[in-house]
Unconditional design. Structure first.
Length: 380
């Protein structure tokens, strides 16, 4: 069996079209976009074309898109700016956010002495909206930061509902949409979020590039990285033209092929759920990942009915057999700590059992799923 890659929530394989576009731009648009000569103008024109195309996908203005090195930088830019520039004194978030948010919020709490509140969750990782509404009853300037799709358990948050609650209570709303941009249609004229973040490598684009959406008239925001005047003065540094072009093409292709590709990947997830349930009686699905309507069609997080302390051995054996999956966020790889997401929602007994995240893409097949399940059965 050829190697099987089921870790698409960590990063995705580039489409051939994107590789070709990046290669072409590297050769033909190598000018510095800040230069005034024709080489620079050519690169600048390509960046602005990409910005407009991305803005069109989200139904926003091109001026509201700021290119960054990825989702983590974009989250840092927005959260730091909210506290430093928009005078936010209170951040509301959850304990199952990505560490790009949680660690930044912790640093801001320590550095600026802001108040931080964590929304209550149920055992599936669902947000308590009544608790959120009560937390919003404050005179302090507040920012709510909640991810759209959880990168470990795939739960989908109703960010339109969150946005409406925030507007009704004069709070800013930031959503880490790294797992949803490119996979779901986000109409930001309908969803009144103030800030979102995205990373190209989550939807078959290149690593090292992403963007922040900052809604116009939200207030005066200063850069996180200082130097030049690139990105309307909000992100200094020579633009990575080839990566920006690759990001834009990847997003455009995702939108053009959405209906067909969503159906295909959703079919793979359903097949995985059915087959592993038959092969391993007692298997359960963490969070809402087993619910096709309430979780991302790309992510399944399984709690295996095996004895405790088998997780690292299972991952090692899967890797030896050419199978890539994960025990949580890729940003925690190499750590012996349990997933902070699962620690928040699972019972002590469930935490003792090995849990694995499998995440799918257009490049996966049912034959690969059959192979993976046959290997997992060897541990039963």
């Amino acid at each position: 069996m050829k190697p099987v890659y089921f870790d698409n929530a960590a990063t995705t394989e580039l489409r051939d079209e994107v590789v070709n576009e990046i290669t072409k731009v590297l050769k033909t648009n190598f000018g510095n976009a800040s230069s005034s000569h024709s080489f620079g103008r050519s690169s600048k024109s390509l960046i602005e074309k990409s910005r407009k195309a991305i803005a069109s996908c989200l139904n926003v203005s091109a001026s509201e898109i700021i290119f960054t090195s990825g989702g983590t930088e974009a989250d840092n830019l927005i959260l730091n700016s909210a506290v430093r520039d928009l005078e936010v004194k209170h951040i509301i978030t959850s304990r199952i956010e990505h560490h790009a948010v949680l660690h930044t919020v912790e640093a801001l709490q320590n550095g600026f002495n802001i108040e931080v509140s964590y929304i209550n969750l149920d055992t599936n990782g669902n947000l308590d909206f009544e608790h959120l509404e009560s937390l919003l009853q404050t005179n302090k300037k507040t920012l709510v930061s909640l991810m759209h799709i959880n990168n470990e358990i795939g739960n989908i948050t109703d960010i339109k509902r969150v946005a409406n609650l925030c507007k009704a209570n004069n709070a800013f709303f930031h959503s880490d949409t790294v797992q949803s941009v490119g996979h779901y249609n986000l109409d930001l004229q309908d969803i009144k979020v103030d800030f979102i973040t995205a990373a190209g490598h989550k939807f078959h684009g290149p690593k090292g590039v992403g963007f922040a959406f900052i809604r116009k008239n939200v207030g005066y925001v200063k850069p996180l990285i200082f130097g030049g005047e690139q990105e309307r003065g909000l992100r200094a540094g020579t633009e990575s033209v080839h990566n920006i072009a690759g990001l834009e093409l990847a997003l455009t292709l995702m939108k053009e092929n959405a209906e067909k590709e969503h159906a295909y990947i959703k079919g793979l997830k359903l097949y995985f759920i059915d087959e592993i349930s038959k092969a391993l009686p007692g298997v359960t699905f963490n969070g809402l990942s087993g619910d096709l309507e309430k979780s991302a069609y790309t992510i399944i997080n399984v709690c295996l009915p095996f004895v405790s302390n088998k997780l690292d051995m299972i991952l090692f054996q899967l890797d030896l057999k050419g199978i890539a999956c994960s025990k949580g966020s890729a940003c925690q790889s190499g750590s012996n700590k349990k997933s902070h997401v699962l620690l928040e929602i699972l019972s002590p007994d469930a935490l003792e059992k090995p849990s694995l995240r499998f995440s799918f893409s257009i490049f996966n097949t049912k034959e690969e799923i059959d192979y993976v399940i046959s290997v997992l059965k060897e541990f039963a």
